[in-house]
Design a protein around this ligand. Structure first.
Ligand code: ZN
Ligand code: FE
Length: 257
């Protein structure tokens, strides 16, 4: 399975999954249809699936037009998003399994950003291969999604599920927010060598016009404060020993940043 990024809108990514042996493709969170059709054209690939993570317009805007272009394609999304995802065919819940080409995937319920947000995880097919996580607006590189419909406790539980995956997992998040997230992180943890190093690396990428996505879960565990609610250093910076409160205060500060 090949994965490529299609940058759209101001800072969104659509991810195109391609199984060359079968000539089949799938997309994760198509904000728009045209760029997807343009990417499929040279591959000569048939679009067989849309994987939606949640109902926000910048993740589903291309659903209808893509289904018109490929009437047999199957649109997957969370069961809790019933009625909010245009053309939804499959209603997924925690632990559900699905298949794209030769790759099985599993579904995580990750409420917090929205109440019905889900993530798609493709485990590695060999020990030296990475797993692939499509997590929408739940986990970002250096950050996490805003809490529009969920509570801090829900988001911590959701991020906890993702944090439990192997370090050697590629994180395909839906927005290029990394530099801003790390700038914020350095206002909270200016002494962190890991965050400083990551910020320098990210600046170099961005100045060269390159994407910072995918990131690795192992990198995020070291450099993403939003995965460190149970770390005494973050808790001290947030003036609390309660993990949920530490996360909640951090999220609140980021909302003001
Ligand atoms: Zn969103
Ligand atoms: Fe979004």
């Amino acid at each position: 399975m090949d994965i490529c990024r299609i940058p759209v809108l101001s800072d969104n990514y659509i991810f195109l999954l391609y199984d060359s042996a079968r000539g089949q493709a799938a997309v994760v969170d198509p904000a728009e249809a045209e760029p997807v059709l343009a990417a499929l054209e040279p591959l000569g690939a048939r679009l067989v699936a849309i994987f939606n993570t949640h109902h926000h317009h910048d993740h589903i805007g291309g659903n209808r037009a893509l289904k018109q272009a490929f009437p047999d394609l199957c649109i997957y999304g969370g069961a809790g998003d019933r009625g909010r995802l245009p053309g939804q065919d499959v209603f997924l819940q925690e632990g559900d399994r699905l298949q794209f080409g030769d790759r099985p995937a599993q579904v995580f319920d990750v409420p917090g950003h929205t109440r019905a947000h889900i993530a798609y995880y493709f485990p590695p097919i060999a020990p030296d291969q990475p797993g692939e996580l499509f997590c929408g607006d739940t986990l970002f590189s250096g950050g996490c999604g805003r809490l529009f419909e969920g509570t801090p406790a829900q988001m911590v539980a959701s991020l906890g599920k993702l944090r439990d995956l192997p370090d050697h997992t590629r994180i395909w998040c839906a927005h290029e927010y990394t530099a801003n997230n790390l700038q914020f992180a350095l206002t909270i943890a200016p002494q962190s060598a890991a965050i400083q190093g990551r910020y320098q690396e990210v600046k170099t990428y961005r100045q060269a016009g390159q994407s910072t996505i995918p990131t690795w879960l192992g990198v995020e565990k070291q450099t993403n404060l939003f995965l460190q609610w149970d770390d005494p250093t973050l808790q001290a910076a947030m003036n609390t020993t309660d993990p949920i409160q530490a996360f909640s205060r951090l999220r609140g500060k980021k909302d003001q940043f």
